[in-house]
Design a binder for this molecule. Structure first.
Ligand code: APR
Length: 167
């Protein structure tokens, strides 16, 4: 598996699966979540609503991942995952690792060969970028998967530099 780091808007990325930094409601929000729903269109939200009405009645727990259509995005699927909110007193690293591991497992179930990830939890959820980059790249490297390319798509210069530093 190839790991690459690029700077840009994840909703412009052509990939089999684009990972969304969602919240447990699965009903949209700001940041990556807002961009994906805005650009992907209402088909994604409709699919999320169906998940809430069925398998995920109580929402998607942090660390888990679930796929929907990608709507009008240049991708086949969106893999929604819910990152942990950063805590200075409680070590939630295992939950952030789970986001990357579970997203790759869902990608394998789908047969996706290229997966684009944002820097999960590093925005509204306030996870320090350097530690998030270490966890993201370390977890992807350590997870057996049939995915051929994992692309980290970073929005800011700082995020891009921090992820590059982990390569
Ligand atoms: N493409 C790539 N990266 C992006 C984009 C984009 N279009 N928009 C934002 N980012 C970056 C942010 O700069 C940050 O580094 O994605 C990272 C994750 O930030 P958030 O989107 O805020 O996600 P997160 O910190 O996981 O918080 C999730 O925020 O948007 C809400 O509904 C979402 O409640 C959930 C929470």
């Amino acid at each position: 598996m190839r790991i690459i780091v690029v700077q840009g808007d994840i909703t412009d990325q052509r990939a089999d699966a684009i990972v969304n930094a969602a919240n447990s409601s699965l009903l949209g929000g700001g940041g990556v979540d807002g961009a994906i729903h805005r650009k992907g269109g209402s088909e994604i939200l409709e699919a999320c609503r169906k998940l809430r009405a069925s398998a995920y009645g109580k929402g998607l727990p942090p660390g888990q991942a679930v796929a929907t259509t990608a709507g009008m995005l240049p991708a086949k699927w969106v893999i929604h995952t819910v990152g942990p909110v950063y805590s200075a007193t409680e070590n939630r690293s295992h939950v952030l690792k789970s986001c990357y591991r579970e997203s790759l497992h869902v990608a394998d179930e789908l047969g996706a060969s290229t997966v684009a990830f944002p820097a999960v939890s590093t925005g509204v959820y306030r996870w320090p970028m350097d530690d998030a980059a270490r966890i993201a790249i370390g977890t992807v490297r350590a997870t057996p998967t049939k995915v051929e390319e994992v692309r980290f798509v970073l929005f800011t210069d700082e995020a891009f530099a921090q992820f590059q530093a982990q390569m």
